[in-house]
Write a protein that binds this ligand. Structure first.
Ligand SMILES: [Zn+2]
Length: 290
């Protein structure tokens, strides 16, 4: 089967397929490494991960998994003894997020979750890396965290070669669905307040049916952040600055100057942002992590 990294399902191995050992999964290419939890590289992305209970910070909600990156652990005790870096497998998962690549997720019997098998390993299907950030783990050291969301199977029909070459199209569709869901009345209110002008570059995009802007939540909505859907947690941005804000390319200081890029956040009288929320974003997304 060659050495090309395959993204997406592996033919003949459906969701819920059970494997006795890591070796069996490696042989068929579902998860190649025999030891590492993350299969991937920084320039290709991550094609699969195994949840095996190594990290106390993991959270498993079934279709949403908050996964902790690798590194910084004592090999004998398993205890976190150093900060995790955005390198190797951690960088691979961040690359998958940027490129919208699907990650095969496997739950091992060691993994503490109602969804894990009593023995062996179960293929949980394809997940999308929706978000990644850095935070202080329970150990007191920095860990990388990833929000993985189950991809509905119809988005990746069948045939591994097709998924390997064209993963971006269906993922883009899923992203746009999510944007619609997030466009709440509060978000609309903020966009109208700024007349659809980006609060960073002041650009206003004109579509045929009117202006277009995006509402960015400073603390993201949804698990594990559970940011509030309130105007003190929402800013109005152009698509480019929205992406850069979510990727951590820039953050916002308490005085609303920008960190990471030049400039200052434009703010209207009467729209106050929570300093606590800005700090939350800065600490997890806004600093130089390499
Ligand atoms: Zn902008």
């Amino acid at each position: 089967m060659g050495n090309k990294r395959l993204f997406g399902h592996i033919s003949d191995y459906a969701v819920n397929h059970w494997f006795e050992s890591r070796k069996d999964m490696s042989k068929v290419g579902l998860h190649r490494p025999l030891q590492a939890g993350i299969s991937g590289s920084g320039n290709e992305g991550a094609d699969s991960i195994v949840l095996s209970g190594g990290y106390e910070d993991d959270e498993d909600y079934g279709n949403v998994i908050i996964y902790t990156g690798q590194g910084g652990r004592d090999l004998n005790t398993g205890k976190q003894i150093a900060d995790q870096l955005l390198t190797l497998g951690n960088l691979a998962l961040a690359k998958s997020r940027n490129d919208g690549l699907p990650v095969r997720v496997i739950r091992g019997w060691h993994h503490k979750s109602p969804y894990s098998p009593e023995a062996g390993y179960v293929y949980a299907g394809l997940f999308k890396v929706e978000d990644c950030w850095r935070e202080i783990g329970r150990s007191g050291y920095h860990v990388w965290r990833y929000r993985l969301v189950n991809v509905i199977d119809t988005e990746y029909p069948d045939g591994e070669s097709e998924q390997a070459t064209q993963p971006s199209k269906p993922v883009r569709r899923a992203t746009s669905i999510q944007r619609i869901v997030r466009d709440t009345r509060k978000a609309q209110e903020v966009k109208e307040r700024y007349d659809y002008c980006c609060q960073v570059c002041r650009v206003r995009l004109e579509g045929l049916a009117g202006p277009y802007a995006e509402a960015a939540h400073i603390i993201p909505l949804g698990k594990p952040h559970d940011g509030p859907d309130t105007v003190d947690n929402i800013i109005c941005l152009c698509p480019n600055h929205h992406v850069l804000f979510d990727l951590g390319t820039f953050a916002i200081a308490d005085d609303l100057s920008l960190i990471g890029i030049e400039g200052h956040l434009y703010i209207q009288a009467g729209h106050s942002l929570s300093r606590e929320y800005l700090k939350y974003h800065r600490e997890r997304y806004g600093s130089q992590h390499l």
